[in-house]
Design a protein around this ligand. Sequence first.
Ligand code: ANZ
Ligand code: ZN
Length: 853
Amino acid sequence: MSSQEYNPTKIEDLIQKFWKANDSFKAEPSELKEKFYCLSMFPYPSGKLHMGHVRNYTIGDVISRFKRMQGFNVLQPMGWDAFGLPAENAAIENNVSPKEWTNQNIKSMKIQLDALGLSYDWSREINTSSPDYFKWEQWFFIQLLKGGLVERKKSEVNWDPVDKTVLANEQVIDGKGWRSGAEIERKKINQYFLKITSYAEELLAGLEKLDSWPNQVKLMQKNWIGKSKGLSFHFDIKNNKGVLQVFTTRPDTIFGTTYCAIALDHPLSNSLKTKNASINRFINENQTNKKTEAAIAKQEKIGIDTGLKAIHPITKDEIPIWIANFVLMEYGSGAVMCVPGHDQRDYEFAKKYKLPILQVIETLAGENIDEHALEAKGTLINSGEYNGLDSEQAFSQISKDLAAYNNAKIEINFRLRDWGISRQRYWGCPIPIIHCEECGQVPVAETDLPVELPDIKEDISKGMSLSSFDEWKKTKCPNCNKDAVRETDTFDTFFESSWYAARFASQPNDSMLGKDADYWLPVDHYIGGIEHAILHLLYARFFNLLLRDQKLINSSEPFKRLLTQGMVLSDAFFTKDLNGNPEWVNKDFVTGDDGQLKLNDGREVFKDGMSKMSKSKLNGIDPNIMIEKYGADTVRLYMMFTSPPEQSLEWSDTAIEGSYRFLKKIWNLISSRKIYSKNAPEFFEPDELMLRQKSHQTLKKVTNDFAKRNSFNTAIASVMELLNAVPEPFKEDEANDAQQFCLDEVIRFTLKMLSPITPHICLYLWKEYSDSDGNDFESNWPAVDEDFLKLDDFQLIIQVNGKVRGKEQVAIDWEQPEIEQLAKANENVKKILANAPIKKVIYVKEKLINFVI
Ligand code: ANZ
Ligand code: ZN
């Protein structure tokens, strides 16, 4: 028997052609099989696949392939999240159109994906920058507009005063424009918002039902939605200067209010600004550095006293009103009653400005407010007639009492803001609106959709926006037919990724979604990075509700089960430049052993340890090079074997070698053999039975690891163990039928169990081994014979006339005739029994057999 060397390039190419020729992964709805829709987050077509993609897509593919083998009707599509800023940057730098650049990248990335052997139904490929796709989101936007779910209002953007263009947040570096270096200004312009807040309650409640989502992700979404129950009421401002509306979640602490604070851009601040120079200066100095909510929470708390006094609604005390940088205009009413005794932020502010701090809640015994605020709930003290109530009772009582005079209303507030979808960019989906002087904003007529992007002719070196395409902008009003202009903003690119899962399921030409959508939806298993835990997943859930309410689909949640894969890490190295600053170096240029690492030029190199593969640290491993060197199966095996999918994966050159060796071992075991084609033997020796038992146990464990636990690394380890358990004689040419049969079972199971992970080598070997066309190899999964799982050995005592004459290991499920046969065959017993007829046989189950002669 001669065997060829394992040549992954050759067999992977052959098998990929086989799949293509057979259209193996094409998905059609069928009522005969249960559907399974598996989706991995589609990539931005940057042009180059990185290891994070490889991991993400391998996981999705393993799940898809396993489900297909289990008999499910599997849909696994792939496409491109094709709009976005890098295409514009490339256009500016290399003078190619974003469209050309993107389409080139798609072409080359598709080749890279195919090289991994991913089982995609490419007939459903989506390119979100294609008019066939974005036409429908324009149409949908118009439906939402008609349904009152779109609002146009002024909102701030980053304005580059030199390049005269709006910048995305990523283009603002340390407060300066990325190209011009100019100090960025905040400017208010009209933008569109989708009313995601109308769905806040349902988005929150929906999380409860997602029992196959990671808790961490659900918690992040919950916090982002940020529901809180509180009391909204007003303070009168002294000298009839109006009222100050506040929102508090802790009305029980109202007696501890020692000052109030308002946002820098609160209407009251705006009016004081014009009258008071120092307030004006304070606001101007602090408003320029507008930051995210998280940054605001961290920044130093500063403020200025307005001189105005609020009247405490119960005690009638006069309380100073401050302007403070920690109050957000966008939340509640933009004004707060400050309780430094029980709110840490208020506490720090009060310490700084020497405002009084009062304890009005008794929490744990002995705790006092000398060091920090006591934020826990408890029993009211120093609170007049409310003393002795607990926080909950006080909440309702104070709310009731304030209702009469101070407009107090219990209010549910959400941290969630409406979704600003306007982007002042070129490479995005045009918002289908026409602005007419007579009629205002008018949606583009549905028959005129899609609104396509103009080709690039103008000078684009300063930045790109549709507003500079003068010819394109000019149009007629669909209403009155007078001259009008197009909206020049494009959608946030999260728009496209919010409904692609549905469009994969159903792609009619003449509507957004067809009836197939409900066959496939929801996605049964969604796989992607944790960085999308909040925005993408929330927007996609929101869109799903919108689609449902437009009667385009039935389901309420888009993704039934979610897996967020861990990061791929690798060692990073650095040397030091002349000034002793670290300078990252690629590991390929590093020589020597740990502790004595060097560059070719002799400079010392230091190891930074494992960190996320990134361009800046030069510690990325190129998937293409790995595939060329070892083949896709090895890369896939390595990805799945090295760590559980949710955890980070630490790249190791020696470990990937190990994966390669394992596949070579499988190759060497199987490629020179042929399937066992004789009748099944009737009798098995104990060691043979043990192997069969191991085969079935392994199959059972692997099935469970795949189906229930997404635990691929343990599944692979079990297969390795099974292969190691095959006794050497079973593999030799002289092996008897039973041994061959048992080995054959090991081989069949192994090829099946590894097929989702290393599909090329498994299918190739199966075709060779079984001399078959391999057509249905990937559509069925072997069945576990439960009988084998009950198996175990016991030691059989063999007696003759009550005297022990021998012992044998026997499998538990053996029946008496087999056991008798085995006992009689024992060398010692055979001799004694040779010349005497057996009068009687006594068998004690799983213990002993006694021959009476
Ligand atoms: C008094 C108080 C006492 C508060 C106390 C908290 C603890 P959540 O739970 O996130 O909804 N707040 C209200 N509007 C604000 C705004 N525009 N900017 C900054 N902070 C604002 O938070 C609600 C609490 O955040 C409110 O309850 C208010 O402070 C503050 F022991 O009122 B609280
Ligand atoms: Zn008009």
